[in-house]
Design a protein around this ligand. Structure first.
Ligand SMILES: [Zn+2]
Length: 296
Protein backbone atom coordinates (compact mmCIF):
# COMPACT_ATOMS: atom_id res chain seq x y z
CA UNK A 1 0.00 0.00 0.00
CA UNK A 2 1.27 3.43 -1.03
CA UNK A 3 1.64 5.42 2.20
CA UNK A 4 1.55 8.87 0.57
CA UNK A 5 -1.73 7.93 -1.10
CA UNK A 6 -3.16 6.79 2.25
CA UNK A 7 -1.89 9.96 3.93
CA UNK A 8 -3.66 12.18 1.37
CA UNK A 9 -6.92 10.21 1.68
CA UNK A 10 -6.65 10.46 5.48
CA UNK A 11 -5.98 14.19 5.24
CA UNK A 12 -9.10 14.67 3.09
CA UNK A 13 -11.16 12.63 5.57
CA UNK A 14 -9.95 14.76 8.52
CA UNK A 15 -10.56 17.95 6.53
CA UNK A 16 -14.12 16.71 5.85
CA UNK A 17 -14.69 16.13 9.58
CA UNK A 18 -13.37 19.62 10.44
CA UNK A 19 -15.50 21.31 7.78
CA UNK A 20 -18.49 19.26 9.02
CA UNK A 21 -17.82 20.57 12.51
CA UNK A 22 -17.74 24.13 11.13
CA UNK A 23 -21.00 23.49 9.23
CA UNK A 24 -22.61 22.53 12.57
CA UNK A 25 -21.62 25.96 13.90
CA UNK A 26 -23.01 27.67 10.76
CA UNK A 27 -26.26 25.68 10.94
CA UNK A 28 -26.73 26.45 14.65
CA UNK A 29 -25.64 30.10 14.75
CA UNK A 30 -26.51 31.62 11.37
CA UNK A 31 -30.32 31.59 11.82
CA UNK A 32 -29.86 32.88 15.41
CA UNK A 33 -28.72 36.34 14.50
CA UNK A 34 -27.43 37.26 17.95
CA UNK A 35 -24.68 34.64 17.69
CA UNK A 36 -21.61 35.40 15.63
CA UNK A 37 -19.94 32.61 13.69
CA UNK A 38 -16.47 34.11 13.89
CA UNK A 39 -16.29 36.05 17.18
CA UNK A 40 -17.40 33.62 19.86
CA UNK A 41 -15.14 30.67 19.23
CA UNK A 42 -16.13 28.17 21.93
CA UNK A 43 -19.59 26.56 21.80
CA UNK A 44 -21.91 26.36 24.82
CA UNK A 45 -24.54 23.85 25.95
CA UNK A 46 -27.94 25.27 24.93
CA UNK A 47 -29.46 24.11 28.27
CA UNK A 48 -27.00 24.90 31.06
CA UNK A 49 -24.61 27.24 29.21
CA UNK A 50 -21.45 25.38 30.19
CA UNK A 51 -18.65 26.07 27.75
CA UNK A 52 -17.28 23.20 25.71
CA UNK A 53 -13.60 22.53 26.26
CA UNK A 54 -11.22 22.16 23.32
CA UNK A 55 -11.19 18.38 23.59
CA UNK A 56 -15.00 18.33 23.51
CA UNK A 57 -14.79 19.83 20.03
CA UNK A 58 -12.94 17.01 18.28
CA UNK A 59 -15.27 15.96 15.45
CA UNK A 60 -17.04 12.62 15.89
CA UNK A 61 -14.62 11.32 18.56
CA UNK A 62 -15.71 13.68 21.37
CA UNK A 63 -19.34 12.79 20.87
CA UNK A 64 -18.81 9.05 20.69
CA UNK A 65 -15.98 8.46 23.19
CA UNK A 66 -15.65 11.44 25.57
CA UNK A 67 -19.19 12.75 26.01
CA UNK A 68 -21.19 9.68 24.98
CA UNK A 69 -23.88 11.98 23.63
CA UNK A 70 -24.34 13.96 26.88
CA UNK A 71 -23.41 17.43 28.15
CA UNK A 72 -20.51 17.45 30.64
CA UNK A 73 -22.28 20.07 32.79
CA UNK A 74 -25.93 19.04 33.05
CA UNK A 75 -26.05 15.62 31.38
CA UNK A 76 -28.56 16.78 28.77
CA UNK A 77 -28.67 14.70 25.61
CA UNK A 78 -26.72 16.25 22.74
CA UNK A 79 -28.43 15.75 19.39
CA UNK A 80 -27.00 12.90 17.31
CA UNK A 81 -27.24 15.28 14.37
CA UNK A 82 -23.92 16.98 15.19
CA UNK A 83 -21.79 13.86 14.65
CA UNK A 84 -24.03 12.86 11.72
CA UNK A 85 -23.35 16.17 9.90
CA UNK A 86 -19.61 15.65 10.51
CA UNK A 87 -19.72 12.08 9.22
CA UNK A 88 -21.76 12.95 6.12
CA UNK A 89 -19.42 15.86 5.26
CA UNK A 90 -16.42 13.55 5.66
CA UNK A 91 -17.98 10.94 3.34
CA UNK A 92 -18.90 13.61 0.78
CA UNK A 93 -15.31 14.93 0.78
CA UNK A 94 -14.00 11.39 0.19
CA UNK A 95 -16.63 10.51 -2.41
CA UNK A 96 -15.90 13.66 -4.42
CA UNK A 97 -12.16 12.95 -4.18
CA UNK A 98 -12.54 9.57 -5.88
CA UNK A 99 -15.03 11.03 -8.38
CA UNK A 100 -13.05 14.13 -9.38
CA UNK A 101 -9.37 13.28 -8.96
CA UNK A 102 -7.88 10.52 -11.15
CA UNK A 103 -6.19 7.76 -9.10
CA UNK A 104 -2.68 8.73 -10.25
CA UNK A 105 -3.19 12.39 -9.21
CA UNK A 106 -4.41 11.68 -5.68
CA UNK A 107 -0.82 11.45 -4.39
CA UNK A 108 -0.27 15.13 -5.26
CA UNK A 109 -2.40 17.75 -3.52
CA UNK A 110 -1.95 20.34 -6.24
CA UNK A 111 -4.53 22.75 -7.60
CA UNK A 112 -2.52 22.85 -10.83
CA UNK A 113 -4.23 19.52 -11.56
CA UNK A 114 -7.71 19.93 -13.04
CA UNK A 115 -9.06 17.14 -10.84
CA UNK A 116 -8.01 18.78 -7.57
CA UNK A 117 -9.30 22.15 -8.74
CA UNK A 118 -12.67 20.61 -9.59
CA UNK A 119 -12.70 18.82 -6.21
CA UNK A 120 -12.02 22.08 -4.33
CA UNK A 121 -14.98 23.75 -6.06
CA UNK A 122 -17.26 20.75 -5.59
CA UNK A 123 -16.62 20.51 -1.83
CA UNK A 124 -17.19 24.27 -1.47
CA UNK A 125 -20.51 24.12 -3.35
CA UNK A 126 -21.68 20.89 -1.71
CA UNK A 127 -20.86 22.12 1.81
CA UNK A 128 -22.78 25.35 1.23
CA UNK A 129 -25.80 23.46 -0.14
CA UNK A 130 -25.68 21.00 2.78
CA UNK A 131 -25.71 23.79 5.39
CA UNK A 132 -28.51 25.63 3.53
CA UNK A 133 -30.62 22.45 3.32
CA UNK A 134 -30.39 21.71 7.04
CA UNK A 135 -31.13 25.36 7.96
CA UNK A 136 -34.14 25.39 5.60
CA UNK A 137 -35.38 22.14 7.13
CA UNK A 138 -34.99 23.53 10.67
CA UNK A 139 -36.12 27.14 10.27
CA UNK A 140 -37.84 27.34 6.86
CA UNK A 141 -35.44 30.05 5.75
CA UNK A 142 -32.45 30.27 3.43
CA UNK A 143 -30.31 32.98 5.10
CA UNK A 144 -29.25 35.93 2.92
CA UNK A 145 -25.81 35.68 4.52
CA UNK A 146 -25.27 32.50 2.46
CA UNK A 147 -27.43 32.98 -0.64
CA UNK A 148 -26.53 36.59 -1.57
CA UNK A 149 -22.74 36.14 -1.62
CA UNK A 150 -23.25 32.91 -3.60
CA UNK A 151 -24.85 34.88 -6.45
CA UNK A 152 -21.82 37.20 -6.63
CA UNK A 153 -19.20 34.46 -6.21
CA UNK A 154 -20.72 31.76 -8.48
CA UNK A 155 -19.74 33.23 -11.90
CA UNK A 156 -16.16 33.64 -10.66
CA UNK A 157 -16.03 30.00 -9.59
CA UNK A 158 -16.90 28.89 -13.14
CA UNK A 159 -14.43 31.43 -14.46
CA UNK A 160 -11.72 29.67 -12.43
CA UNK A 161 -12.98 26.15 -13.22
CA UNK A 162 -15.15 26.15 -16.39
CA UNK A 163 -15.64 22.36 -16.07
CA UNK A 164 -18.20 23.10 -13.31
CA UNK A 165 -20.69 24.13 -16.00
CA UNK A 166 -22.13 21.14 -17.93
CA UNK A 167 -21.98 23.17 -21.16
CA UNK A 168 -22.14 26.77 -22.36
CA UNK A 169 -25.02 28.09 -24.47
CA UNK A 170 -23.31 31.17 -25.88
CA UNK A 171 -19.61 31.54 -26.67
CA UNK A 172 -18.66 35.11 -27.56
CA UNK A 173 -14.97 34.35 -26.89
CA UNK A 174 -14.84 31.16 -28.98
CA UNK A 175 -11.76 30.24 -30.98
CA UNK A 176 -9.30 32.35 -29.01
CA UNK A 177 -6.20 31.30 -27.15
CA UNK A 178 -5.73 30.99 -23.40
CA UNK A 179 -8.57 32.31 -21.27
CA UNK A 180 -11.46 31.96 -23.73
CA UNK A 181 -13.18 28.90 -22.10
CA UNK A 182 -12.96 30.69 -18.74
CA UNK A 183 -14.43 33.92 -20.11
CA UNK A 184 -17.22 32.02 -21.89
CA UNK A 185 -18.08 30.27 -18.63
CA UNK A 186 -18.10 33.62 -16.80
CA UNK A 187 -20.47 35.17 -19.38
CA UNK A 188 -22.78 32.14 -19.24
CA UNK A 189 -22.70 32.19 -15.43
CA UNK A 190 -23.74 35.84 -15.27
CA UNK A 191 -26.41 35.08 -17.89
CA UNK A 192 -27.67 32.09 -15.88
CA UNK A 193 -27.88 34.07 -12.64
CA UNK A 194 -29.74 36.91 -14.39
CA UNK A 195 -32.10 34.56 -16.20
CA UNK A 196 -32.85 32.65 -12.98
CA UNK A 197 -33.76 35.84 -11.14
CA UNK A 198 -35.82 37.18 -14.06
CA UNK A 199 -37.72 33.94 -14.68
CA UNK A 200 -38.48 33.29 -11.04
CA UNK A 201 -39.45 36.84 -10.31
CA UNK A 202 -41.96 36.65 -13.20
CA UNK A 203 -43.32 33.28 -12.02
CA UNK A 204 -43.58 34.62 -8.48
CA UNK A 205 -45.36 37.75 -9.72
CA UNK A 206 -47.84 35.71 -11.79
CA UNK A 207 -48.29 33.25 -8.92
CA UNK A 208 -49.04 35.98 -6.41
CA UNK A 209 -51.60 37.47 -8.84
CA UNK A 210 -53.25 34.07 -9.40
CA UNK A 211 -53.22 32.64 -5.86
CA UNK A 212 -52.86 35.83 -3.82
CA UNK A 213 -49.92 34.35 -1.93
CA UNK A 214 -46.24 33.91 -2.76
CA UNK A 215 -45.70 30.71 -4.78
CA UNK A 216 -42.03 30.49 -3.91
CA UNK A 217 -39.97 32.06 -1.16
CA UNK A 218 -37.48 34.79 -2.06
CA UNK A 219 -34.77 32.65 -0.47
CA UNK A 220 -35.42 29.95 -3.08
CA UNK A 221 -35.09 32.55 -5.85
CA UNK A 222 -31.74 33.79 -4.51
CA UNK A 223 -30.48 30.22 -4.15
CA UNK A 224 -31.46 29.43 -7.74
CA UNK A 225 -29.77 32.60 -8.97
CA UNK A 226 -26.55 31.38 -7.34
CA UNK A 227 -27.04 28.00 -9.04
CA UNK A 228 -27.60 29.77 -12.38
CA UNK A 229 -24.28 31.52 -11.79
CA UNK A 230 -22.55 28.15 -11.84
CA UNK A 231 -24.71 26.13 -14.25
CA UNK A 232 -25.68 28.84 -16.76
CA UNK A 233 -29.05 28.06 -18.34
CA UNK A 234 -28.86 24.51 -16.95
CA UNK A 235 -30.55 25.97 -13.84
CA UNK A 236 -33.83 25.33 -15.69
CA UNK A 237 -33.23 21.58 -15.36
CA UNK A 238 -32.62 22.09 -11.62
CA UNK A 239 -36.16 23.49 -11.31
CA UNK A 240 -37.54 20.43 -13.13
CA UNK A 241 -35.62 17.91 -10.99
CA UNK A 242 -36.37 19.77 -7.73
CA UNK A 243 -40.11 20.09 -8.50
CA UNK A 244 -40.32 16.42 -9.50
CA UNK A 245 -38.50 15.16 -6.38
CA UNK A 246 -40.33 17.68 -4.19
CA UNK A 247 -43.76 16.57 -5.44
CA UNK A 248 -43.06 12.89 -4.81
CA UNK A 249 -41.62 13.41 -1.31
CA UNK A 250 -44.26 16.07 -0.59
CA UNK A 251 -47.08 13.63 -1.39
CA UNK A 252 -45.53 10.93 0.81
CA UNK A 253 -45.11 13.37 3.71
CA UNK A 254 -48.65 14.64 3.22
CA UNK A 255 -49.98 11.07 3.35
CA UNK A 256 -48.23 10.45 6.68
CA UNK A 257 -48.63 13.82 8.39
CA UNK A 258 -51.12 16.32 7.02
CA UNK A 259 -49.72 19.39 8.79
CA UNK A 260 -46.11 18.92 7.84
CA UNK A 261 -44.47 21.74 5.86
CA UNK A 262 -41.97 20.61 3.24
CA UNK A 263 -39.15 23.11 2.57
CA UNK A 264 -38.04 23.47 -1.06
CA UNK A 265 -34.36 24.29 -0.42
CA UNK A 266 -33.18 20.69 0.09
CA UNK A 267 -34.81 19.67 -3.21
CA UNK A 268 -33.12 22.55 -5.04
CA UNK A 269 -29.83 21.37 -3.53
CA UNK A 270 -30.56 17.82 -4.72
CA UNK A 271 -31.44 19.13 -8.20
CA UNK A 272 -28.22 21.15 -8.31
CA UNK A 273 -26.13 18.07 -7.47
CA UNK A 274 -27.89 15.96 -10.13
CA UNK A 275 -27.52 18.62 -12.85
CA UNK A 276 -23.94 19.58 -11.92
CA UNK A 277 -22.77 15.96 -12.15
CA UNK A 278 -25.17 14.32 -14.64
CA UNK A 279 -27.13 17.17 -16.29
CA UNK A 280 -26.47 16.38 -19.96
CA UNK A 281 -26.99 12.62 -19.45
CA UNK A 282 -30.29 13.27 -17.65
CA UNK A 283 -31.53 15.65 -20.35
CA UNK A 284 -30.60 13.15 -23.06
CA UNK A 285 -32.50 10.28 -21.42
CA UNK A 286 -35.55 12.49 -20.76
CA UNK A 287 -35.62 13.64 -24.41
CA UNK A 288 -35.08 10.05 -25.55
CA UNK A 289 -37.99 8.88 -23.38
CA UNK A 290 -40.26 11.64 -24.70
CA UNK A 291 -39.42 11.00 -28.38
CA UNK A 292 -40.11 7.28 -27.94
CA UNK A 293 -43.45 8.18 -26.34
CA UNK A 294 -44.27 10.43 -29.30
CA UNK A 295 -43.38 7.66 -31.79
CA UNK A 296 -46.02 5.29 -30.38
ZN1 LIG B 1 -25.49 21.31 29.72
Amino acid sequence: MDWIYSLVVGFVAVLGLLVGSFLNVVIYRLPRECLSIWRQTRSRCPRCGVQLRWFDNIPLLSYVILLRGRCRGCGARISWRYPLVELVTCLVFLGLLFLDVPQEQIRYIDLAFGGWRLWAMHVLITSTLFALSVIDYDYRILPDALTKPSIAIAPFLVFLVPELMPSTFWEPFAGGEGWSPNLNALVNGVMGAGAAMGTLWSIGWLGSKAFRKPAMGLGDVKLLAGMGGILGLWFLLVIVVASFAGSIIGLIVLAIRKDRYVPFGPFLAFGMMVVMFRGPQLLESVLDFMSRGAAH
